[in-house]
Design a protein around this ligand. Structure first.
Ligand SMILES: [Zn+2]
Length: 486
């Protein structure tokens, strides 16, 4: 419950919500001017949606008031007809800079794409070249962010054997979590065999760190794919059959046991199958500290899309059946997901087309950081009645909490003024070409998709970064957020 007074005078209760403001220098005095006021919007607060205004000073939210009560401001944003949500915190962005493949994405294009989708903080995966496996690699990426990103960023650290002995150092640098691949990954980012993972979790648990897992059984995937290749089967849905649900369920079960044994906090990245539902529920009942993420593509695409779009809908874990997709929504409505992440992984058309029809050789991943919120408004809010408060929790509040970014993720006094203004009724058609993505993949499974719900404006720390298809800040406006600030 927000409990500070309106206009520095007295608390007022409007529609059950006490709306108030920070006192002191921010709002007191004869002429309490603030930097920005956003007024007339529907504010998605943690305890409900309410009509009102947000006052911003020095990048922070200093007032949440009745519209009549908003202080004078240098800049007034009229949000009539719009919903104002907390800026999204994407727990799973792959910008992958520096990389061998600069044509796919970089921090400028990726962060602009994020801003255009209402993402104000990207928690970026450590799969650059070199991976974020020590302080030097961390600093290397920090330089890039400070010169290029237009939204705020936090870093995952690399859980690879090379990082052994460096986890405390990475925590001191400010990494918010550590990513491991149980399946075979790439030469630049090898998977961790069981013993290495167990030892890393022991090391990371000592500073109460968080381990995020790509959970699929390496041996099953490797051999099943070999069988398909030998038989010359290349059709789209074969990709799903070659990475069966049991491979994912088994790996989740194993890593839950490791977390239970080591006491390490655990995050399951991009869950694709409902078959792991009971396993996770039981682990939680036993007190294992585990959170679960899914991605927009598992909620809105399925094996029919994999068949239709072939390698362009290839991602890992794979898209599952239409029935599974609907059951993921059941899990979401039952509160069994903690968050949704983009797992944004873009490719050029040529990255896939150069392999002919050989789906096994095509790189996995689906791009679309700008689509997470519109897709969730369209498929979640409009089509399945998921509330705006639930979406705000999944897309902003919960990831900010879990990844120790306490000033992010909710419209709350004292928090960073990271806001996204959306028109929930706007109908539009997606064009990858018109987006900020660097790799203009014309055959994305989302190309030409009609959606209801559009991002109109994005503010990061009180500054409008994106409005009406335009980026309004210079590269480098984005800041790196560190765990030690928690
Ligand atoms: Zn990933």
């Amino acid at each position: 419950m927000i409990s500070l007074a309106c206009c520095g005078q007295q608390a007022r209760e409007i529609n059950k919500f006490i709306i108030g403001s920070l006192g002191g220098s921010a709002m007191a005095g004869l002429n309490p001017t603030v930097d920005v006021v956003v007024r007339n919007g529907q504010l998605v607060l943690e305890n409900g949606v309410v009509s009102g205004a947000i006052a911003i000073r020095d990048g922070k939210i200093v007032g949440i008031t009745d519209n009549d009560c908003a202080p004078p401001a240098s800049e007034v944003i009229d949000a009539a007809g719009q919903v104002i949500m907390p800026g999204l915190v994407d727990p799973h962005s792959h910008i992958w800079e520096p990389t061998h493949y600069p044509e796919r994405e970089d921090y400028l294009s990726g962060s602009q794409l994020a801003a255009s989708g209402g993402i104000t903080t990207m928690i970026e995966m450590p799969l650059s070249v070199p991976p974020v496996s020590d302080a030097a690699a961390f600093r290397f990426k920090e330089e890039i962010v400070s010169s290029k990103s237009v939204v705020d960023v936090a870093f995952w650290g690399a859980l690879i054997e090379k990082s052994t002995g460096h986890y405390k150092e990475l925590n001191d640098c400010g990494c918010v979590a550590y990513k491991v691949f149980i399946p075979y990954a790439s030469p630049d980012y090898p998977h961790s065999p069981d013993y290495a993972l167990l030892k890393a979790m022991e090391e990371i648990s000592r500073f109460n760190g968080l381990v995020g897992v790509h959970a699929e059984n390496a041996d099953i995937l490797f051999n099943r794919q070999k069988e398909f290749e030998e038989k010359g089967i290349f059709n789209g849905s074969a990709h799903e059959q070659a990475r069966p649900e049991i491979a994912e369920v088994e790996a989740i079960s194993r890593v839950i046991l490791f977390a239970e044994h080591t006491g390490c906090r655990l995050h399951i990245c991009h869950l694709s199958t409902v078959k792991a539902r009971q396993l996770i529920a039981d682990a939680r009942k036993r007190g294992v500290d585990v959170t679960v993420e899914t991605c927009p593509h598992y909620l809105v695409l399925d094996t029919d899309d994999l068949e239709k779009h072939h390698g362009f809908a290839k991602c890992n874990p794979p898209l599952r059946s239409p029935e599974n997709k609907e059951q993921l929504w059941d899990m979401l409505k039952a509160g069994e997901f903690d968050m949704i992440g983009t797992d944004h992984t873009p490719y050029t058309d040529n990255d896939r087309l150069q392999h002919g029809d050989n789906i096994w050789k095509m790189p996995p991943g689906i791009g679309g950081m700008d689509l997470m919120l519109p897709l969730m408004l369209d498929e979640g809010y409009h089509k399945r009645g998921v509330s705006l408060e639930t979406l705000a929790q999944l897309l902003a509040t919960n990831p900010a909490r879990r990844f120790d970014l306490p000033h992010k993720g909710s419209i709350k006094l004292g928090n960073d003024a990271d806001l996204v203004l959306v028109n929930p009724e706007a109908e539009w058609t997606y064009s990858w070409k018109a987006s900020y993505a660097k790799a203009k993949c014309t055959r994305s499974p989302f190309e030409g998709r009609k959606m209801k719900g559009r991002v109109e404006q994005t503010l990061v720390r009180g500054k409008t970064v994106y409005r009406n298809r335009e980026i309004l800040v210079e590269p480098g406006f984005g800041q790196l957020n560190l765990r030690r600030n928690a």
